[in-house]
Design a protein around this ligand. Structure first.
Ligand code: ADP
Ligand code: MG
Length: 275
């Protein structure tokens, strides 16, 4: 088995890629569940009006449920909306509801519109007596104010990449936005992790794209890749992550490996800084 200890600072990771359908939500919930299964306490913040992360974590998110919308627009404390996933007592979710679809517009006229999530999260982390090891923020597929709130609240950016022809093209646009955020809103934000998802090693194209991404980002790309697997795509319809749905499946095993790698890498980085 894997022995990991979690006692450091809370790592706040935003999962982003302005393309839809590349595996952002799948990666968010499965990395979070994998880390919880390894002993970490993890909060997922669902910032996508579609609420797919809330669904996959088995957390109710119908229109009448207090949600991240109330936090962003009406300044509800985050602690009032957080639910525990039925999957693990260490796995939490700040759900999204359909109301969040209007937040993109409503935020425009709000004070400190880019900092609302950050302020709420800082308050929560300061006041809560229960330590969190990770916060993962699942972003919608656009670079609007919801995603900007995620970039402003996080220190780490994790990008899931599907190994297909246009993968790198969208990436340069995303990295340009990150530089803008670093300059104007959040100098601490950095690209920490790239995860290759829905990988089909039988195709030459997938291998070529993977090689190219690794050549550009040798430090950021995890060695572990997530293969395409039916079990991964089935799990959300049971309100579960693949970790709970089929813990021995190739998808669950690879997300756990990716989680271990993510934890170990930060330890290595910390040791290097200290030496
Ligand atoms: P995004 O959040 O970027 O829009 P999703 O995580 O919702 O992307 O994934 C898009 C679709 O691909 C979903 O139907 C999901 O179930 C499926 N999917 C994601 N990862 C895998 C995988 N490793 N194997 C098979 N299907 C996957
Ligand atoms: Mg999504």
């Amino acid at each position: 088995g894997v022995e990991l200890t979690f006692d450091g600072e809370t790592r706040v990771v935003t999962i982003s890629n302005q393309k839809g359908g590349v595996g952002k939500t799948t990666t968010t919930v499965n990395m979070a569940a994998a880390l919880a299964s390894l002993g970490a306490r993890v909060l997922v913040i669902d910032l996508d009006p579609q609420g797919n992360a809330s669904t996959a974590l088995g957390v109710p998110h119908s229109a009448d449920i207090p949600s991240i919308y109330d936090v962003l627009i009406d300044e509800f404390p985050l602690k009032d909306i957080i639910q525990t996933s039925p999957e693990s007592p260490r796995l939490f979710c700040a759900p999204s509801t359909i109301h969040l679809a209007g937040a993109e517009i409503e935020l425009v006229s709000q004070v400190a519109r880019e900092h609302r999530l950050r302020t709420a999260l800082e308050e929560y982390l300061r006041a809560s007596d229960e330590h969190l090891d990770f916060v993962f923020i699942d972003c919608p597929p656009s670079l609007g104010l919801l995603t900007i709130n995620a970039f402003t609240a996080a220190t780490e950016l994790m990008i899931p990449i599907q190994c297909e022809y246009y993968a790198l093209e969208g990436l340069s646009q995303l990295l340009g936005s990150i530089r803008m955020i670093q300059k104007h809103l959040n100098p601490a934000l950095h690209l920490s992790t790239i995860l290759l998802t829905m990988y089909d090693g039988r195709t030459r194209l997938a291998q070529q794209v993977a090689d190219e991404v690794r050549a550009h980002f040798p430090r950021e790309v995890l060695r572990t890749v997530i293969p395409r697997s039916v079990r991964v795509s089935e799990a959300p319809s049971f309100g579960q992550t693949v970790i709970a749905y089929d813990g021995q499946s190739v998808g669950a095993v690879s997300y756990r490996e990716a989680a271990v790698e993510m934890v170990r890498r930060s330890l290595t980085a910390t040791n290097e800084e200290n030496n």
